[in-house]
Write a protein that binds this ligand. Structure first.
Ligand SMILES: Cc1cc2nc3c(=O)[nH]c(=O)nc-3n(C[C@H](O)[C@H](O)[C@H](O)COP(=O)(O)OP(=O)(O)OC[C@H]3O[C@@H](n4cnc5c(N)ncnc54)[C@H](O)[C@@H]3O)c2cc1C
Length: 417
């Protein structure tokens, strides 16, 4: 075993949440080390939508120009019936979003979002990212935290933040009896939603003209929905089709595999011609199970002593509000704000700071988790519920899709600018 390394703040996981926190903490002058289990720094998956609340965070970190270089900025969200194709509702984005929420609505390839955060972290310097280090054991020693990785390397830090995603190893430490955390794996496991996501990318050039519009389209049908939007500065479309299904190894952390378009077509059944054309155009598909956890029940699920959780490690959610990465960015922004307002003359009171963070974040994260679950039910509804949904959309129009409470975030901290 090598000698123990020491840092101020140790971050477990270099996904979008971990890199965002590394950036926020470095900007506040805190020494940071990041441990990432994978041997190569990379993002899997395809696209993500960044609501105006997420874009606001990136803007405050000076990343707007970098974002403009790689993202797309859709003009609207259009909700359509997956079978007859009629538009059920529409929310204007583009300049309307900037006027209404203060920032634009962006859509981006995950690798680009990850890449722009990584570049920003590198530009600040003094952040060490150790690859191939899987955090496994955590011990709070009172004045510091000891961390041991599966590679038998030991680290010491004044504080630890678990940004290690859905299958977090830090989470059981924060939530449960640490002595039981490995024995009682089932209690700690996320739950399978019963939904499967097929994800693919389509080159814009391979699409018929009417499908090339720079909008987020959400197709709704009983027990299914499909979302597509431009990414890679408009050169590609990201397509996600969600259907009901089962998996055998539902507790396997890395269940994901290649899928064939015929499987997807069978799962969605006959749908509108434009939607069929979009699904047909993707050369490859990957299938993922969608897991989540019940919405947070209190601040204690965010932090304990010198150890805190951020992003999916704290509040994994179904992707039906398109806000999982956005909430990770908001969490990181909040910790950055708290670090900025500390007294530079005193050592950081990490336990106190994490309590303020937890109190400030948990209700919003819980609400977003809850709304994401509700959206899934509404999206996939059948019969009376479906008729009610369509009627409400035609009656209320844009008001039903407008989310100022969400898109105008992140909520400011009292006593900070
Ligand atoms: C189909 C789908 C569509 C989505 N669409 C959107 C969207 O449109 N908008 C949006 O905002 N969100 C969306 N999300 C959610 C978003 O992808 C996640 O919320 C976000 O990636 C969470 O980031 P994270 O950094 O918390 O976790 P992750 O991205 O999971 O990163 C965790 C990192 O920690 C590492 N790690 C894990 N365990 C350890 C360990 N023990 N030690 C060290 N490192 C470790 C992992 O290798 C990984 O690099 C979607 C999700 C899905 C599944």
């Amino acid at each position: 075993m090598d000698a123990m390394e020491h840092t101020e703040l140790l971050i477990a996981g270099a996904g979008i949440g971990g890199l965002a926190l590394a950036l926020a903490a470095r900007r506040a002058g805190v020494a940071v080390q990041v441990l990432e289990q994978t041997p190569v720094l990379a993002e899997v998956g395809a696209g993500i939508q960044l609501g105006p609340n997420a874009v606001r965070v990136l803007d405050e970190w000076g990343l707007m120009e970098a974002l403009r270089g790689v993202a797309a900025f859709p003009e609207a969200i259009s909700v359509r019936d997956a079978h007859d194709g009629r538009e059920l509702g529409r929310l204007r984005l583009g300049s309307h979003a900037v006027r209404r929420y203060g920032h634009a609505y962006a859509t981006i390839h995950r690798a680009d979002a990850h890449g722009l955060l990584h570049k920003a972290v590198q530009a600040l310097g003094d952040v060490e990212i150790r690859l191939g280090q899987r955090v496994r054991e955590i011990e709070d020693k009172g004045l510091h935290v000891n961390i041991t990785t599966a590679q038998q390397q030991e680290y010491q830090a004044h504080a630890l933040v678990g940004c290690d995603g859905l299958w977090s190893m830090v989470r059981p430490y924060v939530l449960g009896n640490p002595a039981q955390r490995f024995a009682d794996h089932t209690r700690a496991a996320p739950r399978f939603s019963g939904h499967l996501a097929y994800r693919g990318l389509v080159d814009m050039a391979h699409l018929p003209n009417p499908l090339q519009a720079a909008i987020v389209t959400v197709w709704l049908g009983p027990k299914l929905h499909v979302v597509h939007y431009p990414v890679s500065a408009g050169r590609q479309f990201n397509v996600v089709a969600v259907v009901h299904g089962q998996i055998k190894e539902h507790d396997a952390p890395h269940w994901s595999h290649e899928a064939h378009v015929s499987q997807l077509m069978q799962a969605v059944g006959p749908v509108h011609a434009s939607l069929t054309a979009m699904l047909d155009a993707a050369p490859q598909w990957r299938l993922w199970p969608l897991n989540d956890r019940p919405p947070m029940r209190g601040a204690a699920e965010h932090a304990r002593g010198r150890v805190a959780l951020l992003g999916d490690a704290a509040h994994p959610m179904r992707p039906y509000l398109a806000q999982g990465a956005a909430m990770a960015l908001e969490d990181a922004w909040t910790l950055g704000q708290l670090l900025h307002t500390r007294s530079a003359a005193q050592p950081i009171d990490w336990a106190g700071l994490f309590q303020r963070y937890a109190q400030h974040r948990w209700t919003r994260n819980a609400k977003v988790q809850q709304r994401a679950i509700r959206n899934g039910t509404v999206f996939h509804s059948d019969g009376w519920l479906q008729q009610g949904r369509d009627w409400a959309m035609s009656l209320l129009g844009e008001r039903l899709l407008d989310q100022p409470w969400l898109y105008s975030g992140p909520p400011p901290l009292h006593g900070t600018s």
